[in-house]
Write a protein of this length. Sequence first.
Lengths: 753, 283
Amino acid sequence: MPAVGQSVPRKDAWDKVTGKTQYVDDLSAPGLLYAATVRSPVAYGKLHGLDTAAAAAFPGVVRILTAKDIPGRNINPLVLDDQVFLAETEVRYWGEPIALVVAETSEAAYAAAELVKADITPMTPVLSIRDALKLDAPRLYKGDNVFSSYTIKRGDAAAAFAKAAKIYEREYETPYQEHAYLETNGMMAIPGAEDQMTVYGSMQCPFYVHDAVSQILGLPRNKVRIVQTATGGGFGGKEDFPSVVAGQAALAARVLGRPVKLIFKREEDIIASSKRHPSLVRMKVGVDRDGKLVAADITYYIDAGAYATLSPIVLWRGTVHALGPYVCDHVLIRSYAMATNKVPCGAYRGFGSPQVIFASESLIDEIAADLQIDPVELRRRNGLTLGAKTVTGQTIDQSCGLSETIDKATAAAEWAKKWKPPTARTGKVRPGIGISTIYYGVGLGAGGKHLDRAGASMTIMKDGTVFCAVGNTEMGQGARTVLSQIAADALGAPYEMVNVIEADTAYVPDSGPTVASRTTFMSGNALVAAGRELKGRLLPVIAEKLGATSPDEVDLVDGFGIRKSEPAGTKIPYLDLVKEMYQRRLLPSSFGWYVAPNTEFDKETGQGDAYFVYSWCTNVAEVEVDTETGEVRVVRITSAHDMGRAINPQQVEGQIEGGTLQGMGYCTMEEIRHDAQGKLLNNAFATYILPTMEDVPELRPIIVEHPYSEGPYGAKGFGEVPLMGIAPAIANAVYNATGRRIRILPIKPEKLV
Amino acid sequence: MDNLARVHFPASLPEAADILRTRPGARLIAGGTDLLVKHRNGLLPDVTDFVDVSGLGLHEITLTEGQVRIGSACTMTAVAGHPLVRERFPALVQGTLQVGAFQIRNAATLGGNVGNASPAGDSIPPLLSLDAAALLFGPAGRRTVPLAEFFNGPGKTVLQPGELIEAFLLPDRRTAGAFLKLGERRAHAISKVSLALSCWESAHGRHEVRIALGAVAPTVIRCRKAEELLSAAPWPPATDLVAKARALVVETARPIDDLRSEKNYRRRMTGVLFGRALERVLV
Ligand SMILES: Cc1cc2nc3c(=O)[nH]c(=O)nc-3n(C[C@H](O)[C@H](O)[C@H](O)COP(=O)(O)OP(=O)(O)OC[C@H]3O[C@@H](n4cnc5c(N)ncnc54)[C@H](O)[C@@H]3O)c2cc1C
């Protein structure tokens, strides 16, 4: 039986549930030192210097490091190259790192860090998108407070509005979201002979970390090695930020010539790590008499925080997804990433799209309500189908399961039976049902195409087991398992004998980041290439053994060499072939390299093939709203997803369940608060409220498969999609129950009564 | 940073009281579910010693001399599951079962919840609604304080140096009651607002009623005017009387805005919770 399509158990499951897995904080090294971070006590100010006398005298303290100790460049290399590892002459957000205290124990490092006094002249901070937009707002960087912006221009929106039967204008706002991965950020840096530096830690993107460590230390790339340790969750939060942590740990290890660990406490992880961008979305949509979208004008602002970090790319995804999976020929979308004096925002599952999806999917619902059309029907009338064009003018030419996801999700949720307008709802506790339909551009797309390639190495060991290394990471999403399944089938070896290990920059060249739901697709395709190459070396052996005239007549499938014309005939066991391979001294290793299909966009108009393929999804949320207390109970969420091919259906369902819960938290409870000076107030799980097991509704995942011709075994990517459309589905259900439209997330009871 | 130096395991109440009296930096520790969080967050700078209560024999729930006596070291799980409690005090069962989640309830004690003196402590409104008293043990011996007079403010109690809560004493009677809370999620939620209502037959056609509110004032508070109104009138109360009582409950609340919720919402919800609690005891 092929491994692809089977719900094989996860490779890492047993060790994780029995506590055997070693995370970075479980590791040690001889002579290990511990670092703690000194953080800015103000949101914005001039930094004149530090008084470190008391801290330096604290028992156990070895050294206090500042930006002056950095041998290389004090910039975390990313898009605009603006974030410093340690503040130099100014601080730009509350909690920004300004020094590192290194000590013999973690306790001493933390205690001494509190004794460092920074000499800072505070300045007036900019703390929101609206503040940043004000004409008299402080200019945080020289120009306006805009880090980056995009425009998508298609057709003639102004003219189309003039002809629209109805026009809807609404404003929506969304809050921060904290990733709340189980394992906080942490790194251990170990200096070696000949200026080598090896950094172990929790991360999504070893090659970003590689860039960062080389840069802060001023070391050539071949002196730096990054090893990903078992990573307890990322969700985007370990895309760019671990580079900062790794750079700091490596700095201390390099200066002191001893191993250094830098492990974050939860409270500082929430203060210091990236988050989902808060947003402000202004939507204007015109429709004709039948509810067809004829014109759209959307302005999308995100609160990027103090440094640009990933914001330009986050913004690109949001811009492309701003109208949702609908046909509309006249569109103007403008988007802006605003600089403020708060912690830099970055990647979080969905990457700038959940914000705009909340806005557009809420507005579609508002239009349906106003036109008295069933919201499902309105979506069917406008949804993208094969041959239709997206807002960037891209033709959907294959793998479009949107309407099937609508059919299956609404059927399973019994939409037709349950939906009725809010005016027909009565009683203290009212049921409601809501829908969202979304699409998702898989991979880095035109905004990040220069990074969109991946490598994989594969070696058949003497005993037949297969060792594979890839450049993308396992962070709890099941990548190692799914990639092992793909590798096994590509080679034709039994799945049990194949293993893919955690990423290590010594094994595979830069394969881009582990983000954008790209790992199954990109590393999967690289493994397919590697597996086929290796199999190609065994086919002549099989042909010889089976007396076939050409290798084309035989194949290696599921652990047996066979004649294609007689799959049930004589079979040569895989292990016999391995023996032959070694006896004949054939090269038992191969290397696969995959470059993503082309994408492009025009800078002026945003037109072009934004992403190489799209995944599709429909969510139906059912709620009960207590009209006296405003409490919303999410009862059931049914989600149908087209991810091309489910390599491992159980993993797919797991992704749907987890993403749905994060989406539910985003919609109903999660938010970060700051005081008027920009201090982050709720940096603990007692005050940053996430759903718990008791909040979990009934979850019904549905798999829809419209294979993608370029995908490994037809797979696209979809890891982010389960979160993306949950908030509007719930918000629409709340409207359906109560007639109350909440346009500012989260939907807290206080807003409903 | 904390200066915690040692943990003591006294085997008797006098021994515990003695440690508490002679070491000003000593603090009792029961389940540790409040204390260890504070300790980890560096919020106990003056605490030098922990005094563990587990060896003091405070785990019993008994019925003696017209009182149900609940040892202060009983966990929420133990209290909620005990027949003496289940048969008499539904508000307390519901209150203890709404603390944290079950892992927390297996460790958290009644003495710790009261000793912590948070206005949002979920066992406190039920205890007040049941006319509970705290039996205190200290260097000067034992004394009994009605729980309604036990709290002086958030984290502040009438406990004297060296004194600890030995047990809670609840009048032995069958009560009807309810505890309702609103939190930010369904488990591990500190109350935004909570209400306990207990009542029992005082004479034919009359019920003695107690109402206590959590998280809407510096301490848990009783709604005495509403209690008096309902206790004096025929039972079950007439609709207009319920409305009056509800208004009195709402007036009693003195809530604030904070991270968890808003003043106005909290105030209005006291009325909603009162209405619901009364509905529950009337069915
Ligand atoms: C995740 C989590 C969720 C929680 N959820 C809730 C909730 O929903 N509702 C709620 O009310 N609380 C909640 N709490 C708080 C806590 O669990 C309760 O207050 C609990 O009852 C405290 O009991 P303890 O035995 O753990 O007390 P400890 O932490 O051991 O002590 C608390 C305080 O009481 C004092 N103390 C302990 N025993 C005595 C005694 N015999 N005499 C005098 N003083 C004493 C201690 O000195 C200390 O000051 C939660 C806590 C956590 C960590």
